[in-house]
Design a protein around this ligand. Sequence first.
Ligand SMILES: Nc1ncnc2c1ncn2[C@@H]1O[C@H](COP(=O)(O)OP(=O)(O)OP(=O)(O)O)[C@@H](O)[C@H]1O
Length: 255
Amino acid sequence: MTMPITPGAPAVVAARTEGLAKVYGRGDAQVVALGGVSVALNAHEFTAIMGPSGSGKSTLMHCAAGLDAVTEGKVFVGDVELTALKEKELTALRRDKIGFIFQAFNLIPTLSAEENILLPLSIAGRKPEQAWFDRVIDTVGLRERLGHRPSELSGGQQQRVACARALVSRPEIIFADEPTGNLDSRSSREVLDFLRRSVTEFGQTIVMVTHDPVAAGFTDRVLFLADGQVVDEMRNPSADRVLERMAHLDSAAGV
Ligand SMILES: Nc1ncnc2c1ncn2[C@@H]1O[C@H](COP(=O)(O)OP(=O)(O)OP(=O)(O)O)[C@@H](O)[C@H]1O
């Protein structure tokens, strides 16, 4: 299934924020992590979020994914306003509509790769579509490893299991927090290739926080954060152009 993108057609928004502010702590210890961010994340696109350390990347991702409460503003996934949901509704929405990939893989050590991949569906009381499951497994190259436990897999293979787990329920959007942060360059490339293919071939929507310009080079669009604001964006990025832009942001931030 390749998603036809009609040239010139308006982008469909998968998730968006309106005036999203997040303040941690109080008084002298107060930190404004996000200072009123309004941003739209397009469907069927691979978006990277970059910026100097402490610029608010993880906070933006956590708030957009409904993992963290906002101080002010609104967050939408599709047409649903997350910030208006009760905790139970939010948990159900995260389970049914959002996929997550973390730097630390977060696999269950006692379960096989296959069981890990199917766990979110089992929890939701759903069965995988066999053809889709097979397609994901073959794309991610894990067919021979399905019976293995995480400790019997390399870091790159474990992260590919985590990617398959995020993808198998066909979520509306996947949030990936530095998914290649613990991987060597070859494994990173395999994981990024897979994420790229899942956007291009399956029409998946992925938002990825990364420090790595090479990883950003796999995406369609980079959002640059500084001091809790989106300060710039780049379409069809290359690693070199991202590196250059980051150098300016880092020197402005005094890093
Ligand atoms: N739980 C918390 N309590 C207090 N301050 C926090 C908390 N989480 C984050 N912050 C602060 O909010 C700001 C933004 O943090 P965030 O983790 O979003 O940045 P980041 O861009 O993801 O950083 P990094 O690249 O280092 O992971 C930072 O100043 C951080 O110290």
